[in-house]
Design a protein around this ligand. Sequence first.
Ligand code: MTE
Ligand code: MO
Length: 198
Amino acid sequence: MKFFTKRDQLAPEIQKRLPPNQRLAKRWPVLTYGPTPDIDLDAWRLRVFGLVEQPTVFTWDDVMALPQVDVQADMHCVTRWSKLDNVWQGVPFRVVLDRIRPKPAARFVMVHAYGEYTTNLPLAVLDDDDVLLAHSHNGEPLTREHGAPLRLVVPKRYAWKSAKWVNALEFMPHDRPGFWEKNGYHNDGDPWQEERYS
Ligand SMILES: Nc1nc2c(c(=O)[nH]1)N[C@H]1C(S)=C(S)[C@@H](COP(=O)(O)O)O[C@H]1N2
Ligand SMILES: [Mo]
């Protein structure tokens, strides 16, 4: 069983959807640095802090009571695979922004995950209609290895910025590198610009 298909073996309309130097993943690889956390839903929290009008600690029930969407999006990993046509279900990031109301000085967000993983993004990149906090993928709840119970999805950036097991959002006045950004990955990570490494 082959896991990847090279660009030149794909139909032109599929090739067009692959950013430079990516191959098509036929299954869904798991890419995790370190152990996979096991999180009890009763203990699970999403903490929003920093430069926001309404600092909030969401429980699982709080998050599930928010409006939800389906977002269809492609996923591009810096290790050169792309997985097309994922349907993510969850809470639009803009719904969270409406609740917590970033202060005018908030320009960057540090996304924190269970297990110490972090990744940084400009608020302007997160404030987009395809960004969401997802609990399901292609109609099934996320498995633990893919980020259950909740992960960030930022389709327009390499997937290391789509943090699995999200547990906090820190709104900041200035940028600060996250885990991979400190360890050689590009600060911005736009796959169409091939912003892989710094
Ligand atoms: N918390 C956390 N989130 C993470 C990672 C990780 O190691 N820890 N890996 C990132 C990387 S490099 C990629 S490519 C995607 C992979 O998501 P998947 O394992 O669901 O395919 O998750 C990203 N989110
Ligand atoms: Mo990745």
